[in-house]
Design a binder for this molecule. Structure first.
Ligand code: ZN
Length: 221
């Protein structure tokens, strides 16, 4: 299931922060402007919950890509350092995504075929690291969160990536939660733990699941 999940809000340009000219790693020509963003949690573009999260990030004037504030530390570096940082961010995202989705699949004691299909589809998007992601899936299937493996990856993603990326990981975990048609108590509790771990209110659980279910019904009809 394709979901659109994110945040929207009132953006302000931070006037005292210098604009980083022509430095967008995605489109190469855009400039990065420092923004302050009071966020709303949105699902399918509908604002759902106002978040008391005020995020500071850089936004490209051209392609609108959003970057963690840490980007300014790597922009002056060589192209290979920048490529490496970009690659590293994608790697952190993929590992947290697959670990979280798999953890959600096995928490009810049953790795359902629909759940496995969702995870394999997600792994397919990362062609160059498919083998490692498959290993992560197998490890979490076997050991779940042993040694805090899943939460450590989620926490790394929270530190290194944009809020959008985190929201996307949580929404994909929600898709897995709904994949076999049964919402187990353990799945519900785990999703709430994820929300808390990401600094979000656990009450967001109900809204998230309601919206994903409405979308599922629309897709069937
Ligand atoms: Zn750009």
């Amino acid at each position: 299931m394709f979901i659109i999940f994110g945040t929207r809000g009132i953006k302000h340009t931070v006037s005292e922060s210098p604009v980083l000219e022509n430095s967008c790693p995605n489109c190469d020509s855009g400039s990065l402007v420092n923004k302050l963003y009071r966020r709303w949690f949105t699902l399918f573009f509908i604002p759902v919950i106002p978040l008391d999260v005020v995020d500071r990030f850089y936004e490209c004037t051209n392609c609108k890509s959003a970057y963690n504030e840490k980007i300014k530390d790597i922009l002056g570096q060589s192209q290979s350092v920048r490529d490496n940082a970009q690659h590293q961010a994608r790697y952190i995202y993929a590992k947290a995504l697959i670990a979280t989705m798999t953890h959600m699949s096995v928490i009810d004691g049953n790795f359902a075929i629909e759940e496995e299909r969702e995870i394999k589809e997600a792994i397919e998007q990362f062609d160059d690291i498919k083998a490692e992601l498959t290993e992560i899936m197998e490890r979490v299937k076997r050991d779940q969160n042993k040694d805090n493996f899943v939460f450590n990856l989620l926490n790394e993603a929270r530190t290194e990536l944009s809020a959008e990326a985190i929201m996307n990981i949580l929404a994909q975990a929600g898709v897995v939660l709904l994949a076999d048609g049964i919402i187990d108590k353990a799945e519900e509790e785990l999703m709430k733990e994820y929300l808390i771990a990401c600094g979000l209110p656990k009450d967001m659980y109900k809204t998230l699941i309601d919206k994903l279910q409405v979308k599922e019904i629309q897709e069937v009809n």
